[in-house]
Design a protein around this ligand. Sequence first.
Ligand SMILES: [Zn+2]
Length: 116
Amino acid sequence: MSKPTVIKRVNQFVLFAAWPDEFAGHILLSDLRDACPCAHCTGEEIMGQKVFVGMKTLAPGMNELRSLVPVGNYAIQATWNDGHDSGIYTWEMLRSLFEEKRLSDATLDEIRSQLG
Ligand SMILES: [Zn+2]
């Protein structure tokens, strides 16, 4: 079970999460959006071939997180300000994303200073 103990939007760019095994970190909300696992964003496997049902486009607000809502006891569902809400991230998925995309302290400081 890799369910986080804390998930928190730190500011308009950064998401924080911590796990019971003391792993914790920050990632960019844009990395969370990029990793959206829904069929629209990742394409669907049909007859062994990846078929994209939608195009990845840059929409205003697409990297602005509106809400994160638990789905049962296994995942969270993200809703973005461009209205996209079909991404359901399992705890496992979220954990590997944080391990892969965790921001360094230097990057976090830079983001904080840009926010003033
Ligand atoms: Zn998606």
